[in-house]
Ligand binder design. Structure first.
Ligand SMILES: Nc1nc2c(ncn2[C@@H]2O[C@@H]3COP(=O)(O)O[C@H]4[C@@H](O)[C@H](n5cnc6c(=O)[nH]c(N)nc65)O[C@@H]4COP(=O)(O)O[C@H]3[C@H]2O)c(=O)[nH]1
Length: 834
């Protein structure tokens, strides 16, 4: 308790004493005691109170000490804070500040307190300060402002004594705390941060950044420039690199070409010769040495003319050089001489080489030896235009020579004779003696024909055994041709010796004259061919001139062929049956089925007329099939009329026998009609046997195996030898009509027939004499040992129904009845002239 409080308390206690005295006077004693008691209590209370007061005094003093130390700490904190603090009122007057502010502003406390703060604001920033300052009072968290403040101290380092500060207003300060100081004058706490260094740093940074950016920009620019330059340089480098590469490639290629050229020069199979401007040999390659035979050192420096063969004229070489000078090149065939003197053909190309001024510097000659090529060419020409076997011009060559001859004949107004020659019976010889013999025969025939004509005439081989002769430039045509024909025929009267055998072969010649018989080559050939056929038909080994009548026959042959096709389609054929008779018993022992074509306008046509055409046109197969079928039908009916089966023979032509499925077809057809193979005899001509032996023997063997009986027709006209016949399964020999005809009065024919009969007996063959017309023939044949006859003497071929009628009488009676067929009434078209 301080002194003041002590005196206060004395005063109050004295007052209290005074009052007690007064009360003592007024009140009675009783009351005085109570009062004393009260006073004592009160005194104690006071003492207690006093004690409490002292304690409170002590606490207060302690609190005051705490407060003062807190104040001192806060003051210290306030003053030593790194930022400046000022309290400013609404008018901008500074109410309080800390030391930091004073330091910042470089002034004393008295220079700032109760002074307008704006005095410390840079003149240029004052508008900003005034504009922003009110906001410190209005908003709770006003936006700080940046302004420049003036430092009043002289030692301030900045020129204008200013520094940048950030002022932040704080209006949340409790105004009540300062009421005793500033009454109701509102104020705010403003904190001041010196951000000058920061700003400076910022500016420096910005400057640095700008500088860096500028530098960067400049760097980028220079980088870009550098890049562009680099790109340019790279591109240039690349280009030059590529050029370099290209140059290297070209150089390599050039070197390669050079090596190649050198390689080619050294190794080519073509000879190369290089001459200089003066035509002196500079270089030759190994092929040159090989082809010409000249060693290189023997030719270097020489004019290549030393190789000349002297086959070519002076003009030829002059032309050659002219061409080289004019065009720089010459190419052609040239004949030169080798070192050994041999002349040979070569294909030469000469190229002139000029310098840049156009002066000739070199000639390069490249050539190959074409002697082999020439030989091949000649060989090919030979093959293309000449027949390999006879060496005569072939068909193509003949054609062109004929055209040429006709053109020449037109020009010279004269004639051309064309002769077609066909060797008679060549096929027989070829087939029976083999192809080698056939070839020899053809060679000899070619020689003989050629020997009969002039050198300027053309003898050609058309193929097979056909030859032609072109007699050009004729005036007395027919006479010359006749002479040639007779000479040829005469030349063939001499035997040809083949394999130690003497062969007599004739030929048939057909002749046509240009332009008398035809105005064109094709027709002329056809006419000569027709005439040749006529010669053949007329008995062979003769010649025949073409006549218009032959042409008509040829035409009719063509129309006959188409009619024949029609006949096949419409089954316009019929079989006539000619009995075979046992002369001794007069019994019919079988029949030969002979084909007839029942023509709608011509009547019955002989097989002799159409079989050859059918054979040539290939129609024979279809006709032959119809014959087998008709024969089976006939047999079915014949069998019904006879107690024992009688065989029927059918004719098979050579072409027909080549049919692939012949055997199957026969079997099938016979099976269809229920006919046994033994009942069907197959007559084949001797010429069939002459076919390549294995094939024909195999076919006949197959047929024989199946039970068919094989008869050889027209026997004696061919070339069959005894040993040859043994190869075939033959059942019957039919003696040809030509021998039978003369057997009764011609000793020679009789001898042949006798030989045939003896042979047949020896080999166990049956015999049939064909074309028996007279009783005398019957007698002789019987006497010679042939008992089976077929011929007009007994019966002509007749249609089936007539045969069936006769058969119904019985076979012996039948033959008597068949004599009615000698002069048939029912078949007016039968070939009575035969
Ligand atoms: N002068 C005369 N002739 C007689 C006498 N007896 C028979 N003839 C005839 O002589 C030919 C005999 O037939 P070929 O020699 O096989 O000769 C046959 C045969 O080679 C062939 N031929 C006939 N039919 C066929 C056939 O169906 N197929 C084949 N591929 N050829 C057949 O036609 C040739 C001719 O047959 P055809 O004209 O029927 O002539 C028959 C017949 O009528 C006679 O006493 N005197």
């Amino acid at each position: 308790m301080d002194d003041h409080n002590k005196s206060e308390l004395r005063k109050r206690a004295e007052e209290l004493m005074l009052r007690q005295e007064q009360i003592h006077t007024k009140w009675d004693r009783d009351n005085v005691n109570a009062l004393i008691h009260d006073l004592n209590v009160h005194q104690i209370e006071l003492e207690i109170q006093n004690q409490e007061l002292r304690e409170s005094q002590l606490r207060l003093e302690k609190a005051k000490q705490v407060q003062e130390s807190a104040l001192a700490r806060f003051e210290a904190l306030f003053n030593s804070a790194p930022e400046g603090f000022i309290l400013i009122d609404v008018s901008g007057m500074v109410l309080e500040c800390n030391h930091t502010t004073l330091e910042m502003l470089g002034c004393k406390r008295e220079d700032l307190i109760r002074k307008p703060f704006s005095a410390f604001v840079h003149i240029e920033d004052q508008p900003k300060f005034y504009a922003s300052y009110p906001s410190f009072f209005k908003s709770t968290y006003p936006k700080p402002i940046e302004i420049r403040l003036i430092h009043k101290g002289s030692a301030f380092k900045h020129k204008d004594h200013s520094f940048i500060a950030e002022l932040t207003g704080c209006s949340t300060l409790k105004q009540d705390l300062f009421k005793d100081l500033y009454h109701d004058n509102p104020f705010i706490l403003v904190s001041i941060y010196n951000i000058n260094a920061h700003k400076l740093l910022e500016r420096e940074l910005a400057d640095a950044k700008q500088a860096a950016e500028l530098a960067n920009h400049a760097l980028l620019e220079s980088h870009d420039k550098l890049e562009a330059t680099v790109a340019q340089r790279t591109a240039a480098l690349k280009t030059s690199n590529e050029q370099l590469k290209q140059q290297m490639i070209e150089r390599e290629q050039a070197q390669h070409r050079l090596r190649l050229t050198a390689g080619v020069f050294e190794n080519t199979s073509e000879a190369i010769i290089i001459t200089d401007a003066a035509n002196r040999v500079m270089e030759v390659n190994p092929a040159f040495v090989r082809i010409t035979g000249y060693p290189a050192d023997e030719v270097i420096g020489r004019d290549p003319g030393f190789m000349k063969s002297h086959r070519h004229t002076h003009e030829f070489y002059a032309e050659m050089w002219k061409k080289i000078w004019q065009t720089g090149q010459w190419q052609g065939e040239i004949w030169d001489r080798r070192h050994n003197g041999e002349i040979y053909p070569k294909w030469l190309t000469i190229n002139a080489v000029y310098d840049e001024r156009g002066h000739l510097v070199n000639c390069i000659g490249i050539f190959s030896d074409i002697s082999r090529l020439k030989a091949t060419e000649e060989r090919l020409e030979q093959l293309a235009f000449f027949d390999c076997l006879t060496k005569l011009p072939n068909r193509a060559h003949f054609q062109s020579r004929l055209d040429h001859a006709l053109t020449a004949a037109n020009r010279r107004q004269n004639k051309v004779g064309l002769i077609f020659i066909d060797l008679d019976h060549f096929k027989h010889i070829n087939d029976s003696m083999g192809h080698n013999a056939g070839d020899q025969l053809l060679i000899e025939a070619a020689k003989r024909i050629q020997s009969c004509v002039r050198e300027e005439d053309t003898v050609a081989r058309m193929g097979g055994d056909e030859f032609t002769i072109i007699l050009a430039d004729l005036t007395d045509t027919a006479k010359v041709m006749t002479n040639v024909a007779l000479t040829i025929l005469e030349s063939f009267t001499h035997p040809i010796v083949l394999e130690d055998k003497k062969l007599f072969i004739g030929c048939s010649l057909g002749m046509a004259i240009y332009p008398d018989d035809s105005g064109n080559a094709a027709l002329l050939i056809k006419h000569a061919d027709t005439a040749m056929y006529r010669a053949k038909e007329s008995g062979r080994n003769r010649y025949s001139f073409y006549t218009a009548e032959m042409n008509a026959q040829a035409q009719s042959r063509i129309s006959l062929e188409s009619e024949l096709r029609y006949a096949i389609d419409h089954k316009a054929f019929e079989l006539y049956y000619q009995p075979k008779v046992d002369a001794h018993s007069s019994e019919i022992v079988g029949f030969e089925a002979l084909l007839r074509w029942i023509h709608p306008t011509e009547g019955v046509i002989s097989p002799n007329q159409f079989i050859p055409i059918a054979e040539e046109s290939g129609l024979i197969a279809a006709i032959g099939n119809q014959v087998v079928e008709m024969a089976c039908q006939g047999l079915q009916r014949i069998n019904r009329c006879t107690p024992k089966p009688l065989p029927v023979a059918i004719n098979l032509s050579v072409r027909q026998l080549r049919q692939d499925n012949l055997v199957n077809y026969f079997s099938q057809t016979l099976a269809n009609y229920g006919i046994e193979a033994e009942q069907l005899e197959l007559e084949v001509t001797e010429s069939f046997l002459a076919k390549p032996i294995e094939k024909s023997a195999a076919l006949l063997q197959a047929l024989h195996q199946l039970g068919y009986k094989i008869a050889i027709d027209d026997f004696g006209t061919g070339y069959s030898s005894l040993s040859y016949l043994k190869n075939f399964p033959i059942h019957t020999l039919k003696i040809d009509r030509s021998f039978v005809m003369e057997v009764a009065h011609n000793q020679e024919s009789r001898t042949i027939v006798q030989a045939i009969i003896s042979m047949a007996h020896a080999l166990g063959y049956d015999l049939v004499a064909e074309g028996v017309e007279t009783a005398a023939q019957v007698n002789v044949l019987q006497g010679l040992g042939c008992g089976i006859m077929q011929g007009f003497h007994y019966a002509r071929p007749a249609p089936l129904h007539e045969i069936l009628e006769i058969l119904s009488l019985g076979s012996t009676l039948a033959i008597q009845a068949a004599s009615s067929l000698k002069n048939p009434k029912n078949t007016p078209n039968e070939f009575v002239s035969e």
